[in-house]
Design a binder for this molecule. Structure first.
Ligand SMILES: [Zn+2]
Ligand SMILES: [Zn+2]
Length: 270
């Protein structure tokens, strides 16, 4: 029995070996047929990606950051220095309802660098003498003793030391102001009574209150200003401290009347 069983097992093993040999040979033949030296092995799912076309990723050049030091920091933007102020204000010396002290305090609150006190009189009453004296000796702000010469027209005499005759012509008033080293500025030039073109543009005035040029007159004023250059100032004509709302802005630091004159005449105020 045993030899017969061994014999049958041997036959079965032999048969399985033959089958395995035939199958292995067949698959090797199949792979050999599909792999040829010129074959490209492609990766399924990435139609354009083949081993042949893959190239190494370029090496990224890393440049070192320049050393940050105080020496190579960009220089800061230069600071713009401006000075603000008002050249037409009234006090209780004339028809204003706020005292000199209140007007100065308001100007300081508004960070003004300069003011001109331009009452309709100049040191010809006790109050006016006190106002002018206080202005002349003012330490808190640059205060320029001045006057609104209220004759045929209203003319600001800024930086004067004695009264200007209101009976003179505009041209003569301008000359009298210049003789004292002051600035002659046309106050509200189109208010009643308005300046004539001749008075406004041919009297040697230093400036006019452009803030007071009414809309209907602006085109004409600008046209004349092209032919006869006259500087612009922007004043409030405040008769109390609530009205101090219009002001000049000048580039540069203004601490003296000469600074202010230069700034206006060199067109550094707007
Ligand atoms: Zn006036
Ligand atoms: Zn006035």
């Amino acid at each position: 029995m045993v030899p017969r069983k061994l014999f049958l097992m041997s036959i079965a093993f032999l048969a399985l070996s033959v089958v395995a040999f035939l199958l292995g040979n067949a698959s090797q033949n199949s792979l050999a047929a599909s792999l040829t030296p010129s074959s490209t092995l492609t990766v399924t799912g990435s139609p354009n990606l083949s081993l042949v076309t893959l190239t190494p990723a370029p090496i990224r050049q890393i440049t070192a950051t320049p050393t940050l030091s105080l020496a190579n920091l960009p220089s800061p933007t230069p600071t713009l220095v401006i000075s603000m102020g008002d050249l037409h204000m009234h006090t209780t010396c004339s028809d204003g309802s706020s005292t000199y002290e209140l007007m100065v305090k308001r100007a300081m609150k508004l960070r003004y660098a300069f003011i001109a006190i331009t009452d309709h009189h100049f040191a010809d009453t006790t109050t006016c003498r006190q106002v002018i004296e206080s202005c002349r000796n003012e330490k808190r702000i640059l205060c320029i003793p001045s006057m609104e010469v209220s004759g045929k027209r209203h003319l600001l005499a800024v930086g004067i030391s004695k009264s200007v005759d209101k009976g003179l012509s505009i041209k003569a008033q301008v000359e009298a102001i210049h003789k004292q080293g002051g600035l002659a500025i046309a106050a509200h030039p189109y208010a009643i009574p308005p300046y004539t073109d001749d008075e406004l543009f041919r009297s040697g005035l230093d400036a006019a209150e452009c803030s007071a040029v009414p809309p209907a007159e602006r085109a004409h004023f600008l046209e004349m200003q092209q032919k006869y250059p006259i500087h612009c100032v922007f004043d409030s004509d405040a008769h109390n401290f609530f009205q101090m709302q219009t002001f000049n802005i000048c580039s540069g630091k203004i601490t003296t009347f000469e600074d202010l004159k230069n700034a206006i005449l060199q067109n550094h105020c707007w």
